[in-house]
Design a protein around this ligand. Sequence first.
Ligand code: ISE
Length: 336
Amino acid sequence: GTLGVAVIGTGRMGSDHVRRIDEVISGARVAAVVDIDGERAGAVAASVPGCAAYTDPAAAMADDAVDAVLVASPGPAHEAALLEAFARDLPVLCEKPLTPDAASALRVMEAEVRLGHRRAQVGFMRRYDAEFQQLKALLDSGAFGRTLMLHCTHRNAATPPGFTGPMTINDSVVHEIDVARWLLGQEITHVTVLRPASSSAAPGGLSDPQLVLFETAEGAVVDVEVFLNCGFGYQVRCEAVGEHGTARAGDAHGLYVNTAGRWGGEIAPDYVVRFRAAYDREVQAWVDATRRGETTGPGVWDGYAAAAVCEAGVRAQATGERTPVTLVPRPALYGG
Ligand code: ISE
């Protein structure tokens, strides 16, 4: 039957996912929404037929109409929601980051391992972007030989209020951490962060832009320019350098226009627009797998490994030193 989803958190991503499940996704409906702000939850619920409003995630998960959970609350609230969902053996799609630090991600992983089967997918939506998928297929085909480097660009027009230095790594660069692990099929072993002079557009105290370097288990090197107050729009690119060729995802979307003696096109304003199709595919894939009784896509191991790299990254950011990443052995549940 139709999957009843509880959407936890009705901020930027949560409300976009409510709209998506209501209007775009087949096989699922929004059965409940949760927000600590009850008025906000009520207003969002009122826009969806048959949707209940809660302020407590556990109460929503206890609702008979709820078969699965989409966690889109802020990162620090994810652990409790995930543990509650696991206690009820409910399938989860958890927005990134899985949790904001490695110790809490490890607790989540241990809980899923105790459950004995995968139940959570992590919202690394770039894995569902058409161009990133083409890049992955090209690298996996072996046509370019081994992949030696990735050059990544991650630009946002502006940071939202309250954005902190560690969030540069935990909320933004976490995407490149997942992309690098996924494209290369290797774990990241070391992180270095360089902090050039900050843009005058960066809000007080935030180092922006930054250059983040990853080294991987088999000797690949990844550089990431993360520039979160670039002012001109949302831009995410990744160029892979192989032994026999290079390929770059993220340049071309939208129209190429000639007018008034100039050529060009539009830059997406933000991630909701830039990755709209990827989010659609991600949520549909999650709903389809869940209705088949399966858990697919990036999982809790990927969320944990990313959290461990983030932790090293936040330390590297503070010390300026090349910082090793510590990972526990990969449990058998995740193919270890
Ligand atoms: C945000 O949380 C995201 O996930 C976006 O993809 C990223 O570009 C942005 O920097 C983050 O704050």
